[in-house]
Design a protein around this ligand. Structure first.
Ligand code: SF4
Ligand code: SF4
Length: 220
């Protein structure tokens, strides 16, 4: 989800890379789950998020749609996001102890928080949102440790491909005046990247690349 905001208003004004340290340490969030509730439809899931959550829960995309995720339009494209449930509007994966029940498989946005990504010239850097986390006395942590993702170079390449692909689709749909065509494009994206099962014995990033190639061809 893109936001047009002035970075100087929401961050400490610095841009970070994966090997930098930033004031992120929050004592393992003990006693706090403020950012796991009341988030509306803002925790948008990319294909890797759904792949990881499916592996962790044993639920396919349709199974997750029953109670844990939902579909919404983001910048003109239909994409899944984490569902908020109950009176507390809590994430469907928050357990009764106020902890994340899918911690190892939590989505990219949850891994980042309170960091955000700032995209520029085909690359991205991180920025630290200073008004988001409720905990004081935050300690410095290396960003690679915070993001906690294996095969980072492949992961970064994937994030960039997905981001710029969505940008292209957004522009394509905005130019089109044909609602039927736009809906077909959205369904193609959902089907290719989220609904069609990935082969767990093969590298996710390779499979993503193949699907991206097919979808690009279909949209061209
Ligand atoms: S607001 Fe901060 S301390 Fe609370 S759950 Fe989120 S990251 Fe953890
Ligand atoms: S997936 Fe986990 S970390 Fe993310 S909002 Fe839900 S409970 Fe919180």
């Amino acid at each position: 989800m893109k936001r047009n905001v002035d970075l100087s208003e929401i961050s400490d004004g610095k841009l970070y890379t994966i090997n930098d340290m930033a004031k992120l340490g929050c004592q393992d969030c003990v006693g706090c789950f403020a950012c796991c509730r009341g988030m509306g439809n803002s925790i948008v899931l990319d294909p890797l998020d759904v792949f990881r959550i499916s592996e962790k829960t044993g639920l396919g995309f349709e199974g997750l749609l029953q109670a844990h995720i939902e579909l919404n339009v983001v910048d003109g494209i239909i994409l899944p996001n984490l569902r908020q449930t109950g009176l507390n509007e809590a994430c469907a994966f928050l357990n009764s102890e106020g902890r994340c029940s899918i911690h190892e498989a939590r989505p990219g946005i949850c891994r980042l928080f309170p960091l955000g990504r700032y995209y520029e010239d085909g690359d991205y850097k991180y920025f630290l949102q200073v008004n988001e986390c409720q905990k004081g006395n935050r300690t410095k942590v290396k960003i690679s440790k915070w993001v906690d993702t294996t095969e980072y170079p492949k992961y970064k390449a994937y994030i960039l491909k997905w981001h710029y692909f969505l940008n292209e689709v957004e522009e394509l749909l905005a130019r089109s005046k044909d609602e039927g065509y736009n809906k077909q494009c959205c369904m193609l994206i959902l089907q290719a990247f989220y609904m069609k099962k990935y082969d767990v014995t093969r590298d996710f990033f390779e499979q993503f690349g193949e699907r991206l190639h097919v979808v690009r061809e279909a949209l061209s």
